[in-house]
Design a protein around this ligand. Structure first.
Ligand SMILES: [Zn+2]
Length: 402
């Protein structure tokens, strides 16, 4: 696999940083990986290759291809990437491979630019709202941070073709950031097309998140990733614990509040009006017709359940329906691993609220759910990768690289 020297172009009111990508494998990927930002961030983008390498090294590991990296890369990153590769290999078993990285030009970025952006990504999920809550309430937060900007990415949890939802949310969130006295940077990227149906996005999205921040490396001194707590111990790579290994000499990366679960974060921010107005945890990537949350995926439903148990469902704009027992039966049946709810404290909440009807449903459905989980997690991965890709490609709508 070759990651070519990135180039910077200006088109209309946007700056586009792109790099040509070649693989030996005969697979359908876009010819270029690109990131777009508003033109006002022209001085922030860099044509160094780190952001592209960070975004795609997992693809090289998935394809079992050594990666040739053209253009400039940080020596610190080149030192740490082998350690990170080892972590991924330990935790993904046979899904990824050890590969070699061939860096054409290792050198430290110019210290000259004024790096004055302290960035955190923002999607209005529980992790990012908790990060910005921690910025605003340093005295009562266990994880205080100091931020100047947020980064809202189109092409991650909102598909590129779903422009209507992204634009609506961008406008809402920019209003929120104005109120906070901070700036929100919009970004679009086609990186998901490289991973779709190949590497689970639940863990593949983390390096590209760091990659997008690193493409802004001429002005970003720190990127603080709203941390993912590990809900499912069977799949621990979704944790953000290793993101510091993607730091460069001039842009420091670190995770935020990885010791708190989503449930704990939502409880902390539950009375905060910006959380009530904006919280959006939806796992479904192609909500259509302007729909912001699906209220049917695992994340939406567990959040809605939590809010109902605290009698706050009237306050939340996106989760304003009471969570019924019927919905809980559906929730347990469709959950990928309902047992994870036990580990993350949902059962404790149900017990403390004396909802024995919900608890009975949980234990009755658990055996059925376990068999389903075993087939999906343990048996499907034994099939050849090309079969899994072909089946997923048939079942799901493929994201285009527009
Ligand atoms: Zn949802």
């Amino acid at each position: 696999m070759i990651i070519h020297q990135p180039s910077i172009q200006i088109k209309d009111d946007q700056v586009i940083v792109s790099s040509k990508i070649e693989t030996k494998a005969q697979i359908s990927i876009p010819p270029e990986l690109w990131f777009k930002f508003p033109l006002e961030y022209l001085d922030a983008v860099t044509d160094r290759t780190e952001g592209f390498f960070i975004s795609l090294f997992l693809l090289g590991m998935h394809l079992n291809e050594d990666i040739e990296i053209r253009g400039e890369v940080s020596p610190l990153l080149a030192d740490n990437i082998n350690l990170l590769m080892t972590k991924y290999l330990q935790e993904t078993k046979n899904q990824l491979h050890r590969v070699n990285f061939n860096f054409e030009n290792l050198n430290v970025a110019d210290q000259g630019p004024h790096r004055n952006i302290k960035l955190s990504s923002f999607s209005a999920g529980s992790d990012s709202l908790y990060a910005f809550w921690s910025h605003h309430f340093p005295k009562i937060s266990d994880h205080p941070i100091n931020l100047t900007h947020g980064l809202f990415i189109h092409g991650f949890d909102i598909l590129l073709q779903n422009k209507e939802v992204y634009q609506k949310l961008l406008s809402d969130y920019q209003g929120q950031f104005d109120e906070w006295g901070l700036s929100l940077i919009s970004c679009a990227t086609n990186v998901h097309s490289f991973y779709q149906f190949r590497v689970p996005w639940a863990y593949a999205h983390l390096p590209p998140l760091a990659g997008a921040a690193t493409v802004l490396g001429n002005r970003v001194s720190e990127y603080i990733q709203p941390g993912n707590f590990e809900e499912n111990q069977e799949d621990p790579i979704t944790a953000s614990s290793y993101i510091h290994l993607l730091s460069t000499e001039t842009t420091k990366l670190s995770p935020h509040a990885i010791d708190l679960t989503r449930l704990q974060k939502i409880i902390k921010i539950m009375d905060w009006p910006p959380a009530q107005k904006n919280l959006r945890v939806c796992f479904k990537m192609n909500n259509k017709h302007g729909q912001i949350v699906c209220n049917r995926c695992n994340k939406c439903m567990s959040t809605s359940l939590l809010i109902t148990m605290h009698d706050k469902w009237n306050n939340f704009e996106n989760y304003n329906k009471k969570f019924t027992l019927g919905k809980y039966i559906y929730f347990c049946l469709q959950s990928g691993n309902v047992y994870a709810h036990k580990k993350t404290g949902y059962l404790e909440i149900l017990k403390s609220k004396k909802r024995y009807d919900f608890l009975l449903v949980f234990w009755l459905i658990l055996p059925i759910n376990y068999i389903k989980w075993f087939v999906i997690k343990k048996m499907l991965p034994l099939l050849p990768k090309s079969w899994i890709f072909a089946v997923k490609n048939l079942v799901y709508q493929k994201q285009t690289s527009k």
